[in-house]
Ligand binder design. Structure first.
Ligand code: CAA
Length: 388
């Protein structure tokens, strides 16, 4: 991948030859259980693969990881029949899968989407548009979220599988991006797109929002792993460069300021990696509460990626700013990890909400820290007031 990364970044085309290598190596869909054609390797191994790919090219990292994002709704919510029908072609690499949640006016507020899926006889008819679907156009299968009950607050959405070629389903604008340029990010347009009812995930409408959130809980460590790989890849290049580049008669690593930067970068990359692995292990262990761990991993690792890749450019100096050198691509690729699959502001909100929700478990600490009694405090103050 390393010799090809700059080329695909420049031409902004899907690297089918790399995807073929991933298939030949048996890496597609390894996170899927064996009974549905996968390797049953779980989220931790998914993360390790994404990290290693991203170490060479962040675009290839997401090109691979986004298949997990697209397939998790089937794993989380699909019936056995749906899992048998759709997953083996994903794990063999015959089909790529993508995820359609965001819309032009519904990014962070995913529940505010307006794409509808209306029941009509033996089918659902989808109308609307999705925005920023990674792998769009390249993928054959799309997990699409749509409003099935506009009058409900908590049971408003459902997820359906849409296939490339379904009548009324077209690809719209292909985005021209800052980074991850080898993987397409496109709009999906639905105009009276009719899909049979057996493509409704789980066979029961109304659970879409919950299933989207459960999917993101499982997929966010993958973005975090992409960030770790990008940070590690940039650090690798920075180390290779600073141990060779000479200024003032010595290599850059002879200067303590440079040593400090490298040590700080390496420490943060390792901390991020361990947080990602911990969150992935929790998911694989079937822990009940995985939301916060996934959000923390994504928040921390993606911020580390941005900082470390920016510092790598700094260490390369003027050369780092030029396209002839690989590090500026790492910095461009890293930026999106702070944005997609939930901005880092949303991750912060998720972490804070979960933290506060669990605060009642700390009620026993109250006896050690009685809150100030406002009335008494005022009274005490009055009592203590010196008289003239
Ligand atoms: N697991 C299960 N259920 C969950 C859940 C979770 N992690 N989080 C929330 N829910 C449930 C709640 O319990 C609640 O259920 P009830 O109605 O039964 O009480 C319901 O979902 C609504 O929850 P909230 O009130 O918390 O929902 P909200 O509207 O306040 O939104 C949010 C919460 C965290 C902000 C959420 O909207 C969110 O994560 N937004 C970001 C969306 C996102 O990540 N988009 C990226 C799309 S993918 C992408 O980037 C494209 C790509 O191709 C890579």
């Amino acid at each position: 991948m390393r010799p090809l990364a700059a080329h695909y970044d420049r031409v902004q085309e899907y690297p089918w030859e790399i995807k073929k290598e991933l298939c030949d190596a048996g890496l597609m869909g390894i996170w899927v259980p064996e009974e549905f054609g996968g390797a049953g390797a779980g989220v931790l191994n998914l993360c390790i693969v994404v990290e290693e790919l991203s170490r060479a090219c962040g675009g290839v990292g997401v090109l691979y990881a986004v298949n997990a994002l697209g397939s998790f709704p089937i794993l989380v919510a699909g019936t056995d029949e749906q899992k048998q029908r759709f997953l083996p072609s994903v794990t063999s690499g015959e089909k790529l899968i993508a995820f359609g949640l965001s819309e032009r006016d519904a990014g962070s507020d995913a529940g505010g989407m307006t794409t509808t899926a209306r029941e009509d006889g033996d089918a659902y008819v989808i109308d609307g548009a999705k925005k920023w679907t990674t792998n769009g156009g390249a993928a054959d299968l799309y997990t699409v979220f749509a409003v099935t009950d506009p009058n409900s607050r908590s049971r408003r959405l459902s997820a359906l599988i849409v296939e490339k070629g379904d009548p009324g389903f077209e690809f719209g604008r292909v985005e021209d991006k800052m980074g991850i340029r080898c993987v397409p990010v496109v709009e999906l347009n639905f105009d009276g797109c009719r899909v049979p009812k057996d493509r409704l995930l789980g066979g029961r409408p109304g659970m879409g929002f919950k299933h989207a959130m459960m999917t993101l809980d499982r997929a966010r460590p993958g973005v975090a792993a992409q960030a770790v790989g990008l940070a590690q890849g940039a650090l690798d290049y920075a180390l290779a460069y600073t141990t060779r580049r000479k200024q003032f008669g010595q290599t850059l690593t002879g200067f303590q300021m440079i040593q400090q930067m490298l040590a700080d970068m390496a420490t943060k990359v390792e901390a991020a990696r361990q947080l990602v692995y911990a969150s992935a292990r929790m998911i694989d262990a079937g822990a009940r509460d995985i939301t916060s761990g996934a959000a923390k991993a994504k928040l921390f690792a993606t911020n580390v990626a941005m900082e470390v890749t920016t510092n790598a450019v700094q260490l390369f100096g003027g050369y780092g700013y030029m396209r002839d050198y690989p590090v500026e691509k790492f910095m461009r690729d890293a930026k999106i990890t702070q944005i997609y699959e939930g901005t880092n502001q949303i991750q912060t909100l998720v972490i804070a909400r979960n933290l506060i929700k669990k605060a009642s478990q700390l009620d026993h600490l109250a006896e050690y820290m009685p809150l100030p009694d406002h009335e008494n405090t005022l009274a005490n103050r009055a009592e203590a007031k010196p008289t003239a």
